[in-house]
Ligand binder design. Structure first.
Ligand SMILES: [Fe+2]
Ligand SMILES: [Fe+2]
Length: 274
């Protein structure tokens, strides 16, 4: 039995620096939450004081995106770099999902909101470890290469705006993952790296739900405030996301996730200025 509230559990994950420790704690808290839900026990949501930026290990070194060296995807070094970048994204995603739980406890939400993000955080923790296993078979590890410093920016920009957070994190950034993952799977399939192909397929399948949770709760809040979801989405993405959305889009998976084309096409370069 733990006496922690859900917000306190989230804060513990956010303040744990090491990736393996962080994901272990994340999975343990998720298991605790779902065991309680199944048993009909109540874990309070509570309130916490999440850090503006989550604790991070000393390595990888975080660089400006322009300074992260580019490698050819066809080479073994290139594939290692892709895996390292994905591990970094997954670790950030673990924190993003716990952060949305801990950050917005002043907004009264149904318990299903918490179920969805705890489940997502648990899955991201699994994704991080799957990719770390792949990195290991490439003779590497998380921290071996520099990583992108900009990953937390969307969280900081939307620290006071739950709808903005939903619009930019699951509905823009995680939806982007749906667009690029099939190409990544191809790269590893061509290299006959079955372990990575299987890991990426798990990630690809589970990420659809994360985008869908974003869309679901975004629409829920629009309904609460009697706002038009498409207009609000466009306004919030233009406010918090820097730059246009980039096609090609995975329209089929985006549709599965509750993102219709008129949400994202008007935010591409050609349409953005109108
Ligand atoms: Fe993920
Ligand atoms: Fe995700």
């Amino acid at each position: 039995m733990s006496d922690l509230t859900l917000a306190q559990m989230a804060q513990q994950v956010l303040t744990t620096a090491d990736g393996h420790e962080k994901t272990k704690l994340s999975r343990a808290h998720a298991a605790r939450w779902f065991a309680a839900r199944k048993a009909g026990e109540v874990i309070e949501i509570g309130h916490a004081n999440p850090p503006l930026r989550p604790a991070r290990p000393e390595k990888p070194e975080l660089l400006d995106p322009r300074d992260v060296p580019r490698r050819r995807p066809g080479s073994p070094e290139g594939r290692k770099a892709i895996l390292h970048a994905v591990a970094h994204i997954e670790l950030n995603a673990v924190d993003l999902h716990w952060d949305i739980i801990a950050r917005f406890t002043d907004v009264k939400m149904p318990i299903g909101f918490y179920d969805d993000w705890v489940k997502s955080a648990d899955e991201e923790s699994k994704h991080f470890n799957l990719i770390c296993d792949s990195l290991k078979s490439h003779g590497s590890f998380y921290g071996d290469l520099p990583a992108h410093a900009g990953m937390w920016r969307a969280a900081e920009d939307t620290v006071e705006d739950l709808m903005g957070r939903l619009a930019v994190v699951p509905m823009v950034l995680e939806a982007r993952g749906l667009d690029v993952t099939p190409g990544m799977i191809n790269i590893f399939r061509q290299a006959k790296d079955t372990q990575t192909v299987e890991a990426l397929e798990v990630i690809y399948a589970e990420e659809v739900a994360h985008v869908a949770y974003g869309s679901k709760w975004f629409h829920f809040l629009c309904g609460r405030h009697e706002q038009d979801p498409k207009d609000v989405f466009h306004a919030l993405v233009r406010k918090y996301f820097h730059g246009p959305l980039k096609p090609p889009f995975n329209e089929e998976k985006r549709a599965d996730a509750g993102l219709p084309p008129d949400f994202y096409w008007p935010l591409t370069e050609d349409d953005a200025v109108s």
